[in-house]
Design a protein around this ligand. Sequence first.
Ligand code: SF4
Length: 397
Amino acid sequence: MRKQSSANRLNDSALKPHPAGAPTGDPAVDVVLFRRKLMSWYRSHARDLPWRGTSDPYRTWVSEVMLQQTRVAAVIEHYERFLQRFPSMLALALAPEAEVLAAWSGLGYYRRARMLHRAAKFVTSELNGVLPGTSAGLRTLPGIGEYTCAAIASIAFGESIAVVDGNVERVLLRITGRPEENTAAARAFVLALAKLLVPRRRLAERHNAAGDHNQAMMELGATICLPRAPLCLHCPVYSMCRTRGEHLTPPRAVQRSRQSAYLLSLRKSGIATDVLLEQRTADASLMPGMYELPPLPPEAVIGREPLLRLRHSITNTNYYVQVFAARGPQDRVLRRAVPAAKGDLHWTRTSKLASVPLTGLARKVLQRLDVMAVQAVQMPDEENLNIPGEEPLEETD
Ligand code: SF4
């Protein structure tokens, strides 16, 4: 049997307190063997994602902020386009907020874009344009929390710090045979274990051991140790795992359904076309300041046939959306529903829509109806993108 040094052996007893109902026994993990198996798998199986392999901390930062609670495929769709528009921290800092939001449109959680923009301004004006090179320094920037600063510090600067996201948490709880609980004790246990597993920095080392390790852990959770049907037979640490697929599947969140209706109103202006948009108020709890098609009350659309029907999912809610067009200038019902005098209505040139901060739903509708051009995106092959373990956020808006 392989002999383990005490320094390389993780033992439950060193990581107390146990969460209630946790299995007892000695789920020791051979740290060196775990890292070796994980990295050997990662080198041959890591997905080829556009933000991997970059040496520019700004690009790593943008990718990490985009990846928060967002599917990899959706991030790929926006990442290169965002960086073409804002290729440097300075370009981002100098841009108006509306343009940053427009480039973020469809990725959802727009507070991330506002915070990224605010932090870029801060770094440019107060830190001579240089992103702090440590997790402690990064933590002082607006919108950078514990996860993001650890991810940037380890991936971009090689700091030996553990990155714990939902994927890593799931892997570590399963490896050690603990229940998948969202409790303070479980989180403390996972953090302690993640810290022990992350490689220390060695000065002579040329590659970024900590950054690679953290990315490998997240990759394992995203592609193999899936939330609902883990692919245990393909798992590089199968022999070290106490769960091996026999986990208790957490119940799916209850899905809610909502109906909503919007008006599509177009007008000719010479050879150009304008579309009527409504800006959400600055104090709206969701997507403040973003632009959308004017919403219609249910009574205004009774007996009407919509131009378009679609489903739009935001976290746990499915919106069944209908889009209606006015039946000519005499259509009093829709006119009354969206009176011209209503504040925050804007006729917007359709050729300029790409630079307008549209909600994800408005963008989807306008593209489906050919009012707005769909920008081509370079996507890796489908197989790589079909990642059942990713968060099921179809659109986060
Ligand atoms: S063996 Fe299965 S449950 Fe254990 S870490 Fe691997 S994929 Fe997850």
